[in-house]
Design a binder for this molecule. Structure first.
Ligand code: IPM
Ligand code: MN
Length: 374
């Protein structure tokens, strides 16, 4: 069929609450903008374990394989007290999902929203105008490297091991991805600049990373400005002067740490979307893709209807842009979110202490209202 098959996996905690709003927004684009969207929904995660005895039922996995994109809510971090066998834990894990889909490029855009500058802990003049995007390598590095594990030595000491590994082709494909993205962004009036982040002063694999990124640049992307930066310096520069960045490409672990650091530029983790993309699957717009808010399942506020649905809604916006290649529709959604925030709408995570705030559903209503205005 010619429609895009989008699979909603609400998952655990606040996942179902925020994904209910994503569903309404996606239905709006399907019904009111006549976009070819075939929406489906399946169980996954702890809720699925409780209902079906499996974190990732085979039937859900089959839907994942058939989908053009996954709209993912959140997965519970699975308290060790809950009796789920290790094999089942591995089968249902987010890392397994990323690996199986081969979504090696994780995009995490950080954009200062004009209506929200005061929500950041950083000064307004530092935050104003920030528009950067992380390209985090997502299927390699220390998250997956072998050997790994903990062993007990003959003298009773324990030895814990994890291994940071990259092959040259893994570095090359994520570097190409970052340079292509920088080119596209330059067309939107951004500088066309890539910072590649590593610890080449300490790690041999980091020195290799740097060499390969430079080689890819010199061969095919000499029109893009390339800077190499050490990861510790990058953490400082993100807080000191974030406007210097356009595209930041880095490995799985540094990307995890630095993107949380970058997240505070916007003031709330509840605002940040992400896209995890793979080049597999033929035509570029039908590559496998996983869209998820950066925040987790937030069990402390789950079930109260107060979670901020904007990160999940903006993740659907990334799906419009990346999977469906409908930049105008993605812009329409981002403008609606900006307008809602500019008008002062705030969920609890964004509201000043003691100020009234909107429920999850009321924030969804506000976005739908703004979409409906010409
Ligand atoms: C993220 C999360 C995950 C990661 C955890 C939940 C495994 O922190 O998506 O950033 O480390 O990749
Ligand atoms: Mn993280």
């Amino acid at each position: 069929s010619n429609s895009y098959r989008l699979l909603i996996l609400p998952g655990d905690g606040i996942g179902p609450e925020v994904m209910a709003e994503v569903r309404r927004v996606a239905e709006w684009f399907r019904d009111r903008r006549a976009l070819p969207i075939d929406l489906r929904q399946r169980h996954f995660g702890l809720a699925s374990w409780q209902a079906h005895g499996s974190l990732m039922p085979d039937e859900t996995w089959a839907e994942i394989e058939a989908a053009d994109a996954i709209l993912f809510g959140a997965m519970d971090s699975l308290d060790q007290a809950i009796r789920i066998p290790p094999s089942e834990r591995r089968k249902g894990s987010l890392l397994r999902l990323r690996k199986n889909l081969d979504t090696f490029a994780n995009l995490r855009p950080i954009r200062a929203v004009p209506g929200l500058l005061d929500a950041s802990t950083l000064k307004r003049e530092v935050v104003d105008g920030v528009d950067l995007v992380f390209v985090r390598e997502l299927t390699g590095g220390v998250y997956f490297g072998e050997p790994r594990g903990v062993e007990t030595l003959s003298d009773g000491r324990e030895r814990g091991v994890n291994t940071h590994v990259y092959t040259s082709d893994e570095v090359e494909r994520v570097a190409r991805f970052a340079f292509e993205l920088a080119r596209r962004r330059r067309a939107d009036g951004k500088p066309g600049r890539v910072h590649s982040v590593d610890k080449s002063n300490v790690m041999e694999a980091g020195a290799m990373w740097r060499r390969i990124v430079q080689r890819v640049h010199d061969a095919d992307y000499a029109d893009i400005e390339l800077h190499h930066m050490l990861a510790d310096n990058c953490a400082m520069q993100l807080i000191r002067w974030p406007r210097q960045f356009d595209v930041i490409v880095t490995d799985n672990l540094f990307g995890d740490l630095l993107s949380d650091c970058g997240a505070m530029i916007t003031g709330s983790l509840g605002m940040l979307p992400s896209a995890s993309l793979s080049a597999r699957g033929g035509a570029s717009n039908r590559r496998r893709a996983l869209y998820e808010p950066i925040h987790g399942s937030a069990p402390d506020i789950a079930g109260r209807g107060i979670a901020n649905p904007l990160a999940a809604i903006l993740s659907f916006g990334m799906c419009l842009r990346e999977t469906m290649e409908m930049a105008d529709e993605a812009d329409r959604l981002e403008r609606a979110v900006d307008a809602v925030l500019a008008a002062g709408a705030r969920t609890a995570d964004l509201a000043a202490p003691g100020k009234p705030h909107l429920s999850t559903a009321a924030m969804g209503d506000a976005v739908l209202d703004a979409l409906g205005r010409p």
